[in-house]
Design a protein around this ligand. Sequence first.
Ligand code: CU
Length: 134
Amino acid sequence: MKSPSLVLALALLTVSQLSPAIAATSTLTVALNAQNGSGESGTATLTQAGADVKVVIALKGAPATAQPAHIHDGTCASIKGVAYPLSNVAGGSSTTTVKGVTIDKLLAGTYAINVHESAADLGKYVACGDIVAK
Ligand SMILES: [Cu+2]
């Protein structure tokens, strides 16, 4: 005979195992703020697509020329190395599929999305946003 408490325990275990999938973040908008007087600001929209994350950058005030963009370790206030390269922003737009990562993994770490002036002037940052939950 099954005891009611065993049935309850099994039910709770099942719920606890399912809940991470249910709670997985499916989309996240990161505000990209202008840096160094660039006048470039906008958003990066992250969308979970299976095992990958699609990152769409939309910047106002950006030039038509290519501007490198990356997901960096660290924060905008304390930027570190490149964690995941993104497609260059051109005319304010960039779309990248970052393979093998989840939005939840990005949120669990410390990451920022950074856009640079140009390939020739990587040291000048034009827009940045920390990847944080709203
Ligand atoms: Cu970068």
